[in-house]
Design a protein around this ligand. Structure first.
Ligand SMILES: Cc1ncc(COP(=O)(O)O)c(C=O)c1O
Length: 396
């Protein structure tokens, strides 16, 4: 590859993010602590969710949401074999926690225009065995949340919103991640904000919050609301070391929380610049007949104010995706598939015998004709915008 002039990810860390991390390092208290707590509270208030817990990745947030759903302390828990609907355009760890929790994923197709779950296919796939929907808000866009919430209500389904790619997006003035019983976020370095590695899990009720808090930290009773009561009921044990639940260790550090919080404070600023860059690219494409007729940039769905971190592109059928990608990468534009394409095509699916000859044509179409490029948080120069569109033209 020549010099990369349009990377997928720039270095997301600014001086103030690093300074915040160094300040924590100097306290010698690097593990989970007051900064994590502060970040969780500020996050929860902004998104208007009832509870937020920071974890060490978006994948961990998904795992904990699913594990909470089957936990014996949950009054209305899911049982082994219950079905969870999921779009086939998803990330690996959107899917695997369903299977790891003894539940059955049922794959739903997506829309080519929005990249998000297809409401009509969703309606068809709901059965008596369906107990939950795990939707993935793809790359800052989302499905028609009004329709989705109607299906959820009508069928009494639990909703998990994998919002790992869509922090900051609003549907009808309400943040994604505030619709479902659970929502998950990722602060991996390529996303809307970054904490290095990190994630957030939001939930709406206290029962789930207490379960997740314990699962996140070894199953410990430490920090739970009824910690004292648990200790009283277990007098034979050292009250500081009581394991009340099953558990993992998926805690973040205060170092990553400090970076995440520093970036979260500037989420709106990042969104503004990214939106401006996206608009400049779209305007330039519109001026170019060849590019405009062969390369389709995913638009915001109705009622959506999107927080993009990349530009999803669907190529016209006559262009070879492979050649196009090879060409533009050679000219300094980094690319990647939209999430991971149709996840049903992955070898892990075959190994676990999860695809019973299901054909999902829109997911296949996005797999075969889709890609995405980065969207910087610094304002692009006009020269680079023109150069990008010229590179597209050259490779059509
Ligand atoms: C939709 C989706 N869910 C979950 C994840 C996992 O997040 P993390 O990388 O923080 O584990 C990703 C990662 O990119 C993702 O795109």
């Amino acid at each position: 590859m020549k010099n990369i002039f349009h990377p997928l990810v720039e270095n997301p860390y600014r001086k103030k993010d690093i300074d915040a991390a160094v300040k924590v390092l100097k306290t010698n208290k690097i593990t989970i602590g007051p900064i994590t707590n502060k970040f969780e509270n500020i996050f929860r208030k902004k998104l208007k969710t009832n509870f937020s817990l920071m974890v060490n990745s978006g994948s961990s947030a998904n795992l904990l949401a699913l594990q909470c759903l089957i936990n014996p302390y949950r009054k209305q828990r899911l049982k082994r074999g219950d079905e969870v609907l999921i779009p086939s355009l998803c990330w690996s760890t959107s899917l695997w926690p369903i299977i790891q929790s003894g539940l059955i994923p049922k794959f739903v197709d997506v829309d080519v225009n929005t990249l998000n779950i297809n409401i009509e296919d969703l309606k068809k796939k709901v059965s008596k065995k369906t107990k939950a929907i795990l939707i993935v808000h793809v790359l800052g866009n989302c499905t028609d949340m009004n329709e989705l919430m109607k299906i959820k209500k009508r069928n009494k389904l639990i909703l998990i919103e994998d919002t790992c790619e869509s922090l900051g997006t609003k549907f009808k003035n309400k943040y994604l991640g505030s619709f479902g019983e659970f929502s998950t976020f990722s602060f991996y370095s390529s996303h809307q904000i970054s904490s290095g590695e990190g994630g957030m899990l939001c939930c709406q009720n206290n029962e789930d919050y207490e379960i997740i808090k314990s699962l996140r930290s070894h199953g410990w009773s430490r920090g739970l609301k009824n910690e004292t009561k648990i200790a009283k009921n277990n007098r034979q044990l050292d009250k500081r070391f009581i394991f009340y639940n099953s558990g993992f260790n998926l805690r973040p550090t205060d170092v990553s929380a400090s970076i995440g919080l520093s970036q979260f404070r500037d989420l709106n600023k990042f969104m503004k610049i990214r939106t401006a860059n996206r608009q400049m690219i779209i305007n330039e494409i519109k001026k170019n007949f060849i590019v405009n007729n062969n390369l389709f940039i995913t638009k915001e769905n109705n009622f959506v104010k999107a927080s993009w971190f990349g530009i999803p592109i669907i190529l016209s059928k006559k262009i070879s995706r492979e050649n196009f990608i090879k060409g533009i990468e050679k000219n300094g534009v980094q690319t990647r598939p939209i999430i991971s394409g149709n996840f049903l095509k992955q070898p892990s699916i075959k190994k676990y015998k999860l695809n019973k000859n299901l054909k999902l044509k829109n997911s296949d179409y996005i797999n075969d004709h889709g890609l995405f490029i980065g969207l910087p948080t610094k304002l692009m120069t006009k020269i680079n915008v023109k150069k990008l569109v010229k590179v597209f033209e050259k490779n059509i």
